[in-house]
Design a protein around this ligand. Structure first.
Ligand SMILES: Nc1ncnc2c1ncn2[C@@H]1O[C@H](COP(=O)(O)OP(=O)(O)O)[C@@H](O)[C@H]1O
Ligand SMILES: [Mg+2]
Length: 424
C-alpha cells in the first residue's frame, strides 16, 4: 500500500497511534504506574515540542485499555484499565479554573453527554464568595405531547455540580473510572484553583487528573500546589529532550510506513536531522515531512543530506516554521551583530548559558568589547526583541523556549556582515 506522503510525519499533530509513538519507554511505564496507583494524580511537564501531548495521548489509550499501548509497557497493568477519558486542550478562552470546569460540564466532547442535567452559566454578578454559581436544568418526565420539558432548578455551586456529575457517571457503573486529561494548562491565566479541583475528587481512586503543560517544574504549572503535594508525589512525569536513539526510532517507524513506496532516508540525512532537532521530535517531523515531499517530487527514492539541508533553508525563507521564524526576525531586526549574538548563544550545548563562555567568542567574532555585547544581550531579554532570553542568575542566561533555541542554531544566517547596522 502506498503511504500518504503528506502524513508520514505530523509536525502539526500529537501522536495518537502507538505504532507511530517512538521511544519514551520510561515515561510510558511511569504514567501507567501513576494511573494504577490509588490517589496519585499525573502531571506531564517539559519544554515546548518535546512530546508532552503525544505522551498524554498514549495515556488516553492506556486508560481505555488499548492493547497497542499496553503491549509497550514493561509491566502490564494488574487489571486492564477501563476509564472514561475526558480530554480538553486549554485555549485563551479558558482564563480560570471555573471557566475550565464550566467547559467540562457543558462541552459535548466532555461531560455533557454523560450527565442527566444541563448546566448554564448564570448571568454576571452571581459570583458569590469567589465561587461561581450555575443554573442546572434537569430533563424531567416526558410531557403528554411526547416532548420532554426542562425543569429549571435553583442555582448551585459550580464545584458541587462538578462533583455530582462525576458521581453520577461512576454510579452508573458503565465505566471503571473517569480520567480528565487537561492539556496546555500553562495557558490558563488564573490557575490558583487548580489544586482544589484535584483535591475535591482526588481521594477517590476512580477519579484521575492528568495535567499537561509547559514548565521546568511541576510547581510552575500548579502554582498553589502545597495542598496536593502528596497526590502528586509519584505522578510527576518530566519530559526531557528525546535521546538520539529515540529520535532515530521515528525514522524506523516512518520507514515501515514507506516500505511499499521504497523510499528511505539516507543515514547521513537522518543523523543530520537528529542533530538539528536537539531532542525535539517536532523538528524531526518538520524536516522529515518536507524532505520526504521534496524527494518524492523530484522522483528520488532516497532522501539525501543535501535535500534535508535545502529544505531547512527553504523553511527559514518561506516561513514554514512561522512561529520560530517570526520570533527570529523580531530578535535580530536588521542587526547582523544581534543575529551573530543570537546564533552564538543558540549554539551552546547547555540550557543555561554562561556569558564567560560566549562573550569572548562574540568579542572576537565581532571585534567589540564586553560592555557593547551586554547592551545587545540586554535587548534580547526585552519584549521589543521577543524576550527570547532570560537571565537565570548573575552572568547566566537561558533561552525561554528550547524549541526556538534549536531553530536559531540550525537556521542559516539571514543577514550579511556588510549590511549597515541599525545603530541600536
Ligand atoms: N514519542 C514520539 N514519537 C514520535 N513523534 C513524536 C513523539 N512525541 C512527539 N512527537 C512529535 O513531535 C511533535 C511535538 O509533539 P507534541 O506531543 O505536540 O509536543 P508538546 O505537547 O510537548 O509540545 C509532534 O509533531 C509529534 O507528532
Ligand atoms: Mg502539547
Amino acid at each position: 500500500m502506498h503511504a500518504d506522503i503528506q502524513n508520514v510525519f505530523t509536525p502539526a499533530l500529537a501522536i495518537s497511534s502507538a505504532d507511530r509513538f517512538a521511544g519514551r519507554q520510561e515515561q510510558l511505564d511511569h504514567i501507567s504506574q501513576a494511573l494504577q496507583s490509588d490517589g496519585t494524580q499525573i502531571v506531564i511537564y517539559g519544554n515546548r515540542g518535546v512530546g508532552k501531548s503525544s505522551l498524554a495521548r498514549q495515556l488516553e489509550g492506556l486508560a481505555r485499555g488499548d492493547m497497542t499501548v499496553i503491549d509497550r509497557l514493561r509491566m502490564p497493568p494488574h487489571v486492564t484499565p477501563d476509564f472514561l477519558v475526558i480530554s480538553i486542550e486549554c485555549d485563551d478562552t479558558i482564563d480560570s479554573i471555573q471557566t475550565l470546569i464550566l467547559r467540562l460540564l457543558t462541552d459535548d466532547a466532555a461531560l455533557a453527554p454523560w450527565i442527566p442535567f444541563r448546566v448554564e452559566k448564570t448571568s454576571a454578578g452571581s459570583e458569590v464568595g469567589g465561587s461561581l454559581n450555575v443554573k442546572i436544568f434537569s430533563a424531567s418526565a416526558k410531557l403528554s405531547d411526547g416532548t420532554s420539558a426542562e425543569r429549571p432548578q435553583i442555582e448551585q455551586d459550580l464545584y458541587s455540580v462538578f462533583g455530582n456529575a462525576i458521581s453520577h457517571i461512576l454510579e452508573s457503573g458503565v465505566v471503571g473510572g473517569v480520567l480528565f486529561i487537561i492539556d496546555e494548562v500553562d495557558r490558563i491565566k488564573n490557575r490558583d484553583d487548580l489544586a482544589s479541583i484535584i483535591r475535591s475528587r482526588g481521594a477517590d481512586p476512580r477519579v484521575k487528573f492528568c495535567l499537561v503543560g509547559v514548565g521546568t517544574t511541576p510547581q510552575e504549572l500548579i502554582l498553589k500546589h502545597e495542598s496536593i503535594v502528596r497526590q502528586l508525589s509519584d505522578g510527576c512525569v518530566e519530559m526531557p529532550p528525546m535521546s538520539k536513539s529515540e529520535l532515530r526510532e521515528i525514522f524506523v517507524r516512518a520507514h515501515e510506513v514507506l516500505r511499499d513506496d521504497g523510499i528511505v532516508f539516507s543515514p547521513e540525512a537522518q543523523e543530520w536531522i537528529i542533530s538539528i532537532a536537539r531532542g525535539h521530535p517536532f523538528y524531526v517531523h518538520l524536516l522529515g515531512k518536507h524532505s520526504l515531499i521534496h524527494a518524492v517530487m523530484s522522483g528520488a527514492t532516497e532522501v539525501t543530506l543535501s535535500m534535508a539541508k535545502e529544505v531547512l533553508a527553504n523553511i527559514a525563507n518561506k516561513g514554514t516554521a512561522t512561529v520560530q521564524e517570526t520570533t527570529y526576525q523580531k530578535a535580530i531586526g536588521h542587526s547582523f551583530t544581534r543575529e551573530f549574538i543570537v546564533k552564538t548563544f543558540a549554539a551552546e550545548p547547555t540550557e543555561e548559558i554562561s556569558t564567560s563562555s560566549v562573550y569572548p567568542r562574540i568579542s572576537q567574532g565581532r571585534k567589540m568589547d564586553i560592555s557593547a555585547i551586554s547592551v545587545y544581550v540586554g535587548q534580547l531579554v526585552t519584549d521589543k526583541y521577543g524576550a527570547i532570553l532570560e537571565k537565570t542568575r548573575e552572568r547566566h542566561y537561558r533561552f525561554k523556549d528550547s524549541l526556538f533555541k534549536a531553530y536559531a542554531d540550525a537556521r542559516p544566517y539571514k543577514l550579511k556582515v556588510e549590511q549597515v547596522e541599525d545603530g541600536e
